[in-house]
Design a protein around this ligand. Structure first.
Ligand SMILES: CCCCC/C=C\CCCC/C=C/C(=O)SCCNC(=O)CCNC(=O)[C@H](O)C(C)(C)COP(=O)(O)OP(=O)(O)OC[C@H]1O[C@@H](n2cnc3c(N)ncnc32)[C@H](O)[C@@H]1OP(=O)(O)O
Length: 300
């Protein structure tokens, strides 16, 4: 059965309109825009798409800490799909509108006390976001203007380039072991592809969170800038990346990432089962409960 629906997106100019049509699961955008800037918002995302430069800035605004819940992941995936299909969008900058935090990673409440079915649905959305970002044809830059643990770090290292605010209060890393859980193979491989095997081994076993200077030192981020310059630095870097012949850059990116992506693509169901079996174990649920209590105590 043909699935068709239209989604109207508010655009800065009242003369402008974009219609997205989903047909047989494919998303197509047709634009009758007279404006050079499209701004669209959903509940927890604001996207500024500058049609002149072909660069979209996706601001995460899911209070309090941009934790990645099933709903938020779904919103992110729909937005990524839309931008990927839009020929006028060649670059994507991801940043946060929440103070002090880029993203707190996966929403722990999605992994605690939930049914196996719900956990499976959640994990599928995590996979989907990673597949879309890591396999994107767009140039992707993470403008990391706050802390970025675990899933927040994963999101950052799926991008082509990372610029972080030089603020020692912030940290970034795959700290899963500190929660008593284990980063799955595709988190691990994304990290290996970024900082190498030895750094990843130390980092994952110890569940390390790195201050910006340490993250720069191991290559987890590419550049540090003063906090108020993160977005402008990302925009400058984007201009350089977009000047590279597009087809050659895209093929090179695909060549570098293909084997990691294929490994998950061909094992998605088994990976979901692994996650569900692991996360619903009594001992793991206990670890998550203790971690959440620790977060609350830290506040008190
Ligand atoms: C062998 C096979 C294995 C197969 C796979 C199996 C396993 C699964 C792997 C799963 C991979 C998991 C990845 C993840 O991303 S897990 C999440 C990890 N995240 C964290 O550890 C971050 C925790 N949060 C923080 O450290 C801090 O909140 C902060 C991000 C640094 C921000 O600090 P601050 O500004 O001081 O805010 P608060 O700590 O006061 O937090 C505000 C409220 O937000 C709640 N919160 C924080 N993080 C999360 C989160 N990730 N999920 C849900 N909720 C979160 C926090 O509790 C506060 O809530 P309250 O206001 O109600 O007290």
């Amino acid at each position: 059965q043909k699935l068709t629906f239209s989604l109207k997106i508010a655009i800065s100019s009242s003369l402008s309109k974009i219609h997205l049509n989903v047909s047989h699961g494919r998303l197509c955008a047709s634009s009758t825009s007279f404006s050079q800037r499209n701004n669209s918002s959903s509940a927890n995302l604001k996207v500024d798409h500058d049609q002149t430069t072909g660069v979209a800035v996706m601001h995460m605004q899911s209070p309090p800490v941009n934790s990645l819940s099933l709903d938020f992941l779904t919103e992110i995936c729909i937005t990524l799909e839309k931008l990927e299909m839009d020929k006028g969008c060649r670059g994507l900058i991801i940043t946060s509108s929440q103070p002090k935090v880029f993203s707190a990673g996966l929403d722990i409440l999605e992994m605690y006390g939930k049914s196996p079915e719900r956990c499976g649905e959640f994990w599928k959305a995590v996979q989907e976001m990673w597949l879309k970002l890591y396999g994107s044809n767009m140039v992707t830059i993470a403008a990391i203007n706050g802390s970025s643990p675990a899933g927040g770090c994963l999101m950052s290292i799926t991008c082509d380039y990372r610029i972080m605010a030089d603020n020692p209060r912030y940290s970034i890393g795959l700290n899963e072991t500190m929660l008593g859980i284990v980063a799955p193979f595709w988190f691990k491989e994304t990290m290996v592809n970024t900082v190498g095997h030895r750094n990843t081994e130390i980092s994952l076993e110890l569940g390390l969170l790195y201050k910006p200077a340490e993250a720069l030192n191991i290559g987890l981020v590419d550049q540090l800038v003063p906090e108020d310059q993160v977005l402008s630095a990302a925009t400058q870097t984007m201009t350089k990346w977009l000047a590279i012949p597009e087809h050659a850059r895209q093929i090179t990116k695909s060549m570098m990432r293909k084997s990691t992506i294929e490994k998950l693509r061909s094992n998605r169901e088994a990976d979901i089962q692994n996650f569900v079996n692991f996360i619903t174990k009594e001992s793991i649920q206990k670890s998550l409960r203790m971690y959440m209590e620790m977060l609350k105590q830290k506040k008190a």
